[in-house]
Each structure stands twice: as C-alpha cells, then as structure tokens.
Design a protein around this ligand. Structure first.
Ligand SMILES: [Zn+2]
Length: 230
C-alpha cells in the first residue's frame, strides 16, 4: 500500500491519476485518505515527506525503509505479547527471531496455495489457533479438552501432531514424507513439525495440515458461538 502510494506520487505532475489522488487525499476521501490513515497508524512516513529529507532516495530504498518500519513494529508487538502470554507460544520454542518462511516460500517459487497454507502454519506456531477449550469455552487453564476428540490435554499442539485421532491421515503423510517415526519422543516430533521449512520434503504436507487445522478450528468455535482469535 505504501509503495502503491509512492508510485502514484512519482507520476508526472500533470498525470490524471496523480492529480485525482492528490485531490482526494487533500479532501480526506477515498483510498488516498484511508491509506494515509493506515500509514499514520503504523508510524510510517509517506513517500513525499520521506523524500524531502533525502531527495536522492528512490522507490527501492523507500520500500526497504517501509519493510524495516513494519518489521520493527511487529517485532515489538510480538515480543510484548509473547512475554505477557499465559500460554506457551510454540514458535518461541524454536526461534527468537522473526520467521522468514513466507519470503522463503516466495523466493523458492512455491505456489500460491502454499503461501495461503503457510499463514495457517504461522498462526498455529504463534499459538493463535485455539485447539482446546473447557466446556466449549476458551480457557487459559493448564489442562483443556481437545476440540477435535475431547481428550484432556496439556499441550494441544503436541496432542494434535502426535496422537489426536482426528489428524491420523495427516500425521501418517507427515511421518511418511519426513521419514520420522511416530514412536519418537512426542516433544521431538512436535519440534520437527514446528521447525519445518523450505527444503524439507514434508513442508507442503505440514502447511496443508496446518491449513485444515485452522479451518476446523474456526468452524468449531463459530458453531458454538465462541471467537477464534484474529
Ligand atoms: Zn484430539
């Protein structure tokens, strides 16, 4: 969005598209004004203002600037959220740095479906999918009931990956593609799942599995009137 604004504002001064953009922006209407508000919310300087301080800068360096700003803001929110979370954040078990999975998938030429599925995988690793609850309600309790099979579990992700009967088909494919054994320690098997990345033969299975996990999770909480965290 920031780059789209920058490209429009880089058009020749008499360009009709640029003129309409500038008029609607100044009048506070339409996409131009709405995107100004988004930039403001994120604390990101608009292309025009940013370029005043460094006229020699180009769109490429502006893009790097925007990405850096977004990363810093997201990292701060992630760090604060992780420290204040009552529940264990799965991704915290495998890394202290932001994930580059989506970029790795793009660089690796993976199809759009993999990118879509990867969002579910990232949300799963962040603990955003409520795989368990108590009495049909979301809970911060230490032991909760799996929403898929009803078993009382302490670690819902480990349960789903290693032994929940609902996910037998996906587990079988995951083990087959990864060469891992269902008999290995469950903590290790779960970590192998969570660490899965570009270059791993089981990656597409893991991403598709995470996608279906999210779909079923959303369906469950909607059906009982609960809220699946955004
Ligand atoms: Zn289960």
């Amino acid at each position: 969005m920031a780059m789209r604004r920058a490209r429009v504002q880089s058009l020749p001064a008499g360009d009709l598209y640029r003129r309409v953009f500038e008029i609607t922006n100044s009048q506070g209407i339409g996409w131009a004004a709405n995107s100004t508000a988004v930039l403001s919310d994120w604390g990101i300087r608009d292309w025009v203002n940013w370029q005043i301080d460094a006229p020699s800068n180009n769109l490429r360096s502006y893009k790097a600037h925007v990405i850096q700003q977004v990363r810093e803001k997201c990292l701060l929110e992630w760090t604060v959220g992780k420290q204040s979370s009552q529940l264990q954040i799965p991704y915290g078990l495998i890394s202290d740095t932001p994930s580059s999975l989506l970029q790795d998938l793009k660089d690796g030429g993976y199809p759009w479906s993999s990118l879509l599925h990867a969002r579910s995988f990232l949300r799963l690793r962040c603990g955003a999918l409520r795989l368990a609850g108590i009495g049909g309600r979301q809970s911060e309790a230490r032991f909760q009931d799996c929403i898929f099979c009803g078993a009382t579990v302490r670690n819902s992700i480990k349960h789903c990956i290693c032994c929940c009967p609902r996910w037998l088909k996906w587990r079988t494919q995951f083990l087959h593609m990864s060469g891992l054994s269902v008999d290995m320690p469950r903590d290790e098997l779960t970590l192998c799942f969570l660490k899965c990345g570009v270059g791993d033969s089981c990656l597409c299975i893991v991403l598709a599995w995470a996608y279906e996990l999210e779909l079923d999770t959303v369906v469950y909480w909607r059906a009982i009137g609960g809220d699946q965290p955004a």
